[in-house]
Design a protein around this ligand. Structure first.
Ligand code: NAD
Ligand code: TYD
Length: 339
């Protein structure tokens, strides 16, 4: 397998590359990443050192038609997994435009270049947020109507519909995956769990939006990566698969877990102004992925959280480099070493 992974310097992409390298050492892995603020070459240092020529990094934009077409041909790519995206809801509220550019136009460009190059399969990585918000009961199924509420989720829904259209119109082999909230190593500390961890260890206040009762389903990142791998290897062309962690929880409970694991107490919690359009509850039904792919989450929330906190504790240098902005310099170093 010669696999193009886009957005491999981000949180899930990096975990996916490590997992694929471990489980499929014979695969050729090509990582295309624009290195936005969320892309961190430092996250892949160990992979680069270990994999040698079985791993290639290309600095570039999924919106760049010439680049994407050229690298598909040059690396004789068999399949593409598209993780590249602007991924943070709060940033999408402040400035939606880059979300539409990367998440809609970029995804369309990946589909189009892959189609023209005759790539065997594209896995498009999407999110439960495209379904909108649930009340107290019920779950999202793959046929739940899309009803996104943030510019982020609207842009992801746009790409999901383009993936569907490319399958229906051109018969392209595209599989869409929709997963719930991920957590684990290498997550940028703007997302709930690493943000609260970084604040808790400094004894700073923890900002909880609204009443803290918004519910998310949490999945350990390795389980999501396994789901994407299964979709790549066993997915039905044109199918959409939900993945979840079977760990629904109000945000306040997640925050309390972090405080407990870092030896802090609840006095650090601050309820702050709610996020506009804040989805109340997500819950995933992933029976289809269980049935067709053999997917099941294997890491409980308790185990995943202690592994995650232990990882951040053991990798304080990674976190310091992100927080100081030093990680942005890895790109200069990368170019220097290769010029
Ligand atoms: P992330 O923000 O950590 O990483 C995104 C990566 O994409 C970064 O390395 C960034 O540099 C790169 N990128 C951004 N724009 C690009 C462009 N135009 N061209 C090339 N590369 C570009 O995101 P993540 O949390 O790892 O999420 C990865 C994917 O999974 C996204 O598509 C996201 O919508 C989806 N997803 C995330 C979650 C979650 O909980 N984080 C849940 C479900 C689905
Ligand atoms: P986040 O990690 O941004 O993921 P998403 O919005 O994609 O689900 O947020 C997870 C939940 O945590 C969401 O309900 C918003 C809430 N949240 C806070 O309460 N405080 C914060 O500072 C952040 C970043 C998120």
């Amino acid at each position: 397998m010669r696999l193009l992974v886009t957005g491999g310097c981000g949180f899930i992409g990096a975990n996916f590359l490590y997992a694929m390298r471990q489980r499929h050492p014979d695969w050729q892995l090509v990582n295309l990443d624009k290195l936005t603020y969320a892309g961190n070459l430092g996250s892949l240092r160990a992979l680069e050192a270990e994999a040698g020529s079985a791993y290639v990094f290309i600095h570039g934009d999924i919106c760049d038609r010439d680049l994407v077409s050229a690298l598909l041909a040059e690396h004789a790519v068999d399949a593409v997994v598209n993780f590249a995206a602007e991924s943070h809801v709060d940033r999408s509220i402040d400035d939606p435009a880059p979300f539409v550019v990367t998440n809609v136009l970029g995804a369309q460009n990946v589909l189009d270049c892959a189609r023209r190059a005759g790539i065997k399969r594209v896995v498009h990585v999407s999110t439960d947020e495209v379904y909108g918000s649930l009340g107290e009961t019920g779950q999202f199924h793959e046929n739940t109507p899309l009803a996104p509420n943030s510019p982020y989720s609207a842009s992801k829904a746009g790409a999901d519909l383009l993936a569907r259209a490319y399958h229906e119109t051109y018969g392209q082999d595209v599989v869409v995956t929709r997963c719930s909230n991920n957590y684990g190593p290498y997550q940028f500390p703007e997302k709930l769990i690493p943000l609260m961890y970084t604040k808790a260890i400094k004894g700073e206040p923890l900002p909880v939006y609204g009443d803290g009762q918004n519910v998310r389903d949490w999945i350990f990142v390795d389980d999501h990566c396994r789901g994407v791998e299964l979709a790549l290897l066993k997915g039905r062309p044109g199918a959409v698969y939900n993945f979840g962690g079977a760990a629904e929880m109000p945000n306040i409970e997640v925050v309390r877990t972090i405080l407990r694991l870092t030896g802090q107490n609840d006095s650090l919690i601050r309820f702050v102004t709610d996020r506009p359009g804040h989805d109340r509850r997500y819950a995933m039904n992933f029976d289809l992925a269980e049935r067709e792919l053999g997917f099941a989450p294997s890491v409980t929330f308790a185990e995943g959280m202690s592994r995650t906190i232990a990882w951040y504790q053991a990798n304080s240098v990674w976190l310091d480099e992100v927080q100081s902005g030093a990680y942005l310099k890895f790109m200069d170093r990368w170019y220097k070493e290769r010029s």
